[in-house]
Design a protein. Sequence first.
Length: 223
Amino acid sequence: MNINPHHLLGAYVLGGLDAVDLTLFEAHLQDCAACRKELAVLEKVPMLLDSVPVPDAMALSGVPGSNGVPGREAADANAPGRLLDELARRRRTLRRRWAALAGALAAACLAVGLAVGPLLVRPPQPDATYSVASGGGLQVNIDMARKTWGTELAVSGSSLPAEGTLSLWVRDRAGAEDRACAWTATPSGKVKVTGATPIQLGSISSVELRDGAQRAVAVITVP
């Protein structure tokens, strides 16, 4: 059977030639400028070739026994061009599938982030919480958190004095005092403020809220 060497180009690029056909085509390639030109085009698209299984690509090139083609003689001179077109189409399809998969993964990560996010950003729980209230509606809540440098105090209150300067004082068990924070009273009588003291939590005996005249407005005793 006479074989047209031009028809072996697609199978040559894909590594599908046996030893006899390989020798035949490489000898032909030395003298055929058209095949060398086609080969140069095919060699510029290795990523396309890698994206298609060899059996599928060889079926497109007209290799015997693929997709019902009885022999190489059924292939035509346009096989390399059709091979490139089909490889490019499959490459585009592969990219679309990867894009869809990336979108699905991003959506899944977003859903997990929405579910887990509140847990991750939840503020740390205080080590101790104290509160005091009076008959006039005044209420003071203090959350205390241990720190290596001392104690952090988160203060919230309502019905507090609406004028002047308020301050929070911390007393240790030896009787020493430290001002943890101070703020200007608000017309609403409400406040949320954070203070700090070098006194360690275990050494605090009491916390006192004072007005501008240094009178005690509220006192919390720490057992």
